[in-house]
Design a protein around this ligand. Structure first.
Ligand code: SF4
Length: 75
C-alpha cells in the first residue's frame, strides 16, 4: 500500500506521529509530517510504502489528521 502526505498543507499538529510513530515523524527542519526513512518510497519524504501490518496504525493517523492530507491507497 502506498501512503502520501500532502506536506504543503500540513499544520504540524502532531496527531499522525503521535498515533503512529513507527511510520510518521516530524521533519526537524520544516516541522511538517514525513514518512520515516525506513518506509520511504524512492527516498521521497512525503511518500511511503506501508506494510499490511501497519495499516491500522496508519489509517488511525489518517483519520485523526485535522486537515485530511494523509492518503492511503489500498488498491
Ligand atoms: S496529522 Fe495531518 S496536519 Fe497533523 S502533523 Fe500529521 S499530516 Fe500534519
Amino acid at each position: 500500500m502506498k501512503v502520501s502526505i500532502d506536506r504543503g498543507t500540513c499544520v504540524s499538529c502532531g496527531s499522525c506521529w503521535e498515533a503512529c510513530p513507527v511510520f510518521f515523524e516530524q521533519n526537524p527542519d520544516d516541522t511538517f509530517s514525513q514518512v520515516v526513512e525506513k518506509y520511504r518510497l524512492d527516498g521521497k519524504i512525503g511518500e511511503g510504502l506501508l506494510p499490511a501490518d501497519l495499516e491500522p496504525c496508519a489509517q488511525n493517523a489518517a483519520d485523526l489528521c485535522p486537515v485530511q492530507i494523509i492518503t492511503i491507497d489500498t488498491t
